[in-house]
Every structure is written in C-alpha cells, then in structure tokens.
Design a protein around this ligand. Sequence first.
Ligand code: NAP
Length: 260
Amino acid sequence: MRLEGRVALVTGAGSGIGRASAILFAREGAVVTVADIDAAGGAQTVELIQQGGGRASFLATDVTDPEAARALVAHAVATGGTGRLDVAFHNAGIGLVGSVEETSPEDWDRVMAVNVRGVFLGCRAAVEQMKAQSGGGSIINMSSSIANTGLGRRAAYAASKGAVLALTRSMQVDAAPYGIRVNALLPGTIYTPFVQGYLRRSFQGREEEALASIRRRQLTNELGRPEDVAAAALFLASPESSFVMGAALAVDGGLTAGKP
Ligand code: NAP
C-alpha cells in the first residue's frame, strides 16, 4: 500500500496509460479522481477500480479549460476525505502525425492546447492547492521519449512533449521550496488505443508489418505496456521518490539508450 491515505488525480484516465495508472494508484491505497473528456472510458475505469475494492470517482474534464482544471482539483480534494491533493498526474494527451509542412496551424494549436496548455493549467491548479497544504505533493507530467529523440513526421507532437519537459524542470525550481516535486515521464512506444489508432490510420492493411518494425526500435524488441508506465508513475507519486525532483524518467525499453 504505497499510496495509503493519499489523494490522487489522473487526467486521461479513461484509457491506456492513464487508466492503468489510476487502477494501480487505487490498488496502492489512494483515493483517485479519474478525469477524462471521454465519459464512457472514465466511467469504465472507475468501475474497474471499484471491482478491485479501490476508491475512485469520475469527473468529466477537458484539460484545455482553466475552469475545468480548477474544478478537477476541487473535486479531488472534496472526495479524498483528507482536505488534500497529494498526487496530480497530468497524463491526457493527443497525437498528430505530420512534418512541419504537413501540419496545419489549426492542428498545431489543437495539439498544443491539449498537450501543453492542458498540462500547464493542471499544474497551475495543483500547485495552488499543494502550496496551501502542509508537506506539498507530487506532480507528474506526461512528456515522451520524443522530447529527447527525433522521430519523423511528428513536428507538433514532438514540440508539445519537449515543452512539457522544459515546463516541468522550470516549474520544479519554483515549487521546491513548498515541498512540491514535479517530474516528467518519457515513455517510448506503449501499446495503447493511442498507438493502435495510429497503426490503423497510417498503415491500413499493413498494421502487423508496421508493428514488427516498431518492435525493433526497442532493445527489448517489444512495445511497452500501459502497466510499465503506471509502475514508474507510482514510483514518482510515492514517498520512495522523495529525492527525485525535476527528473525526466525514461520508460522506453532502451529506445533512447542506443541501437543494438
Ligand atoms: P490514450 O489511450 O489515447 O488515452 C488518452 C486519454 O486522454 C483518452 O481517453 C483521451 O480521450 C483523453 N483526452 C484527450 N483529450 C483530452 C482532453 N482535452 N481532456 C481530457 N482528456 C483528454 O493515450 P495513451 O497512449 O494512454 O497516452 C497517454 C499519454 O501518454 C499521452 O499524453 C501521450 O502523448 C503519452 N505518451 C504515449 C505514448 C504511447 O506510445 N502510447 C508514448 C509516449 C507518451 P479521447 O480518446 O476521447 O481522445
């Protein structure tokens, strides 16, 4: 029970990595607010948590909306039972395939709105609460291995994840005096609906072939599982990582370590 007595929120928790993290946080004793724009997915995550004996509730949240970001923190504090928010995992994000010339200004803005503005607004609301309580808290921001290693035709997505990493480090400096830790997760390719959708859209009829080539990018010759990233999020959420601040934690099967 590594999060016993803790109150946590996870955005984008209706699917993939966010869902696996919300389930793991609850299994480790946290009271979890599941936030997502997808109400059906969010409700399903809550059901899975409750079936496992955990405590969770869903709040429909568009992370690009400042009011929604504040309401999310208020909901987590109100339902957590301790008057605190201990862990905020800003995980919600969207992808976009395209080089700079292929990316429309509208698509650029959409990716930046969810992936960067969404994290910024979440951090703003969480820090306000964590400053007001004793002992601070842990903020985890979802970046990506793409912040450190280029991947073709991902201009807006890569820029957004680089921004999240830079935001995390800068924010950590300001937040440290209040006992607030701010760390970034940098997953490689994780087999989630996000990646399944990409394979379907970009490689119609050749998904297996594309998957085989993506497998070879990792030193493990395999994609990651949502649970692999959830385990790293749990470490950053728990007091075990109390000396880990402003870190970029890679969970990528050796993708950024080097080529075999
Ligand atoms: P996923 O399965 O698509 O889950 C993301 C969830 O976020 C979805 O339920 C999505 O809802 C929700 N969402 C989208 N826009 C939102 C908004 N404005 N407000 C609130 N929720 C919103 O994705 P995933 O693979 O688990 O990825 C989670 C995070 O990890 C993302 O930030 C992604 O960039 C990052 N990441 C993923 C990988 C990977 O290989 N999977 C690698 C590195 C980093 P809808 O389905 O309705 O859009």
